[in-house]
Design a binder for this molecule. Structure first.
Ligand code: UN1
Length: 494
């Protein structure tokens, strides 16, 4: 079994304490991908010292030149797309079609970053005084700590690392313990593309490594995607230490289906939204809010099709739903089946582990439909992060909006209707960072801002143009060429 290493101070190195963890295939736990470093504060401290040097060099490199490195990263991702997708599916379970999409999202993010190197706009504005110039521009910040989840092992890290690099920062990356192999492959690509080695540091490990990164005084910026609980403790530390922080956390995303919807279209949408990635997306559809007139018919349509979804290893061509990431995750979904029943909902389909040939050694769980769910029940309020969908019946759009909004999260939502007035009302009234009309809650594109309201985040956005604000400091410059003292707000002409 191979031993993988950290990448610190320009070299692949073993962890300082000599401890490792195993990384296994969630579809077949006999398949061990390798042992990865269990890092701690010492490794993080070495990474931070090296990142300072990397930053000194990289922050002075012209942004268009930094962009060219990211262009080469994009080219390498294109070239290696299939191999990466296979490694990712082996490591975290989702079907190949989806890991290819995950790599594509990284490619899109790389090319966006490349061209942003020739923009990174500041603003030049008129001064209120004569013969004075007023402008703003962007400066790199320093060392950015990036902590990423398992479900998009490539795309989500690229959302953070690529703009952070393009803005001229150095990065220390602590990927999820569930997907360290993809992380190692991506760092190899960054180096092959010509990124100066000390600009990127890869520190594998679990909570200890993450905590050391968040607490390190040299790491002034933290970007985290993961659970709301972990985000809260990171937030407490960053608040105390006055760090810049971007949090992307849970969701309890709803699809609303009105009586006038194209039900066949909504059916394709809900299956993809709820059971794609085995429900393990922060954008996954986990509530289906259906208007009374079509409720019974639509629920039957969903149940009939969901029953036919083929569970299996993501590397097999016929598989539609892969395994959950690990045992604790399957236990959690299983526990929610008991919780749903205890609260008076019924399990229409699924509710059990995957059974049958080829499913014995992985963390498979059947697509599950909870019906008779009432607003306020735990399966209606809490993020399950698995293939479980709660169905809620409502009388009209007003009630649907109220149900959608009455959760602590606010990432994504979807409305299926043919009524243009309903569509615009949904866009305006649903409390989410993203609303889809006649499309499922998943599938955000890399060049638009991504993020949620309420407990989903802390006000920042990833993706698109917005993320560049997070990774750069705005500096303002005034040049007075009048040759005399001009006092702002005092020597006024009006
Ligand atoms: C996530 O689940 O953390 O919109 C990200 C989507 C994907 C990204 C999901 N493009 O579903």
């Amino acid at each position: 079994m191979p031993d993988f290493k950290n990448f610190i101070a320009g070299a692949w190195v073993p962890p300082s304490a000599g401890a490792y963890f195993e990384n296994t295939n969630p579809a077949d736990t006999r398949d061990v991908i390798g042992r990865f470093p269990q890092s701690g504060p010492e490794d993080v401290a070495r990474a931070a010292a090296s990142a300072r040097k990397g930053f000194a060099l990289w922050s002075r490199t012209p942004a268009p030149v930094r962009g060219q490195v990211l262009q080469r990263v994009g080219d390498l991702l294109v070239k290696k797309k299939e191999d990466l997708a296979r490694a990712m599916t082996r490591e975290m379970g989702k079907v190949l079609l989806e890991t290819r999409g995950d790599v594509q999202e990284g490619i899109d993010t790389a090319y966006y970053a490349h061209t942003e190197g020739r923009r990174l706009f500041g603003r030049t504005v008129p001064s209120e005084l004569r013969n004075k110039w007023a402008m703003s521009f962007r400066r790199p910040i320093g060392t950015v700590g990036v902590i990423t989840p398992f479900n998009f092992p490539l795309a989500v890290p690229t959302w953070k690392i690529f703009p952070a690099l393009l803005c001229g920062n150095a990065v220390i990356w602590k990927p999820s313990e569930d997907v360290p192999h993809t992380a190692s492959l991506l760092v190899e690509i960054l180096l092959e593309a010509g990124l100066p080695p000390e600009v990127i540091q890869l520190v594998h490990g679990g909570g200890d490594a993450g905590k050391a990164l968040v607490e390190h005084p040299d790491v002034g910026v933290i970007s985290f995607t993961g659970s709301t609980d972990t985000g809260a403790s990171i937030g407490a530390t960053c608040g105390r230490m006055h760090k810049r922080l971007s949090l992307e956390m849970g969701g309890k995303n709803a699809m609303i289906v009105l009586d006038d919807a194209d039900l066949d279209l909504a059916l394709d949408g809900v299956l993809w939204g709820a059971f794609g990635t085995t429900g393990q997306r922060c954008t996954a559809t986990s509530r289906l809010i259906v208007q009374a007139g079509v409720h019974d018919r639509f629920v039957k349509m969903v149940a009939d099709r969901a029953l036919k979804l083929r569970l299996g290893p993501g590397l097999e061509a016929q598989t539609e739903v892969g395994p959950l990431i690990h045992e604790a995750s399957r236990d959690k979904v299983e526990a929610y089946v008991g919780i749903a029943k205890g609260e008076g909902a019924s399990v229409l389909i699924g509710g059990a582990r995957g059974q049958g040939a080829g499913l014995e050694r992985g963390w498979f769980f059947q697509p599950t439909l909870f019906v008779g769910v009432k607003p306020g029940m735990r399966v209606e309020q809490e993020e399950i992060f698995g293939p479980a969908l709660s169905v809620i019946k409502v009388k009209d759009l007003d009630e649907a909006v109220a149900v959608n909004n009455d959760v602590k999260y606010g990432l994504s939502s979807a409305l299926y209707s043919r009524d243009v007035n309903a569509a615009f009302r949904a866009l305006n009234e649903l409390d989410n960072g993203i609303t889809y009309v006649n499309a499922p809650t998943i599938g955000a594109e890399a060049h638009l801002p991504f993020g949620g309201v309420k407990q989903t985040g802390n006000g920042h956005r990833e993706g698109g143009w917005a993320v560049y604000d997070f990774y750069s400091e705005i500096k303002v410059g005034y040049v007075d060429y009048s040759g005399k003292l001009q006092r702002a707000q005092i020597d006024t002409e009006i």
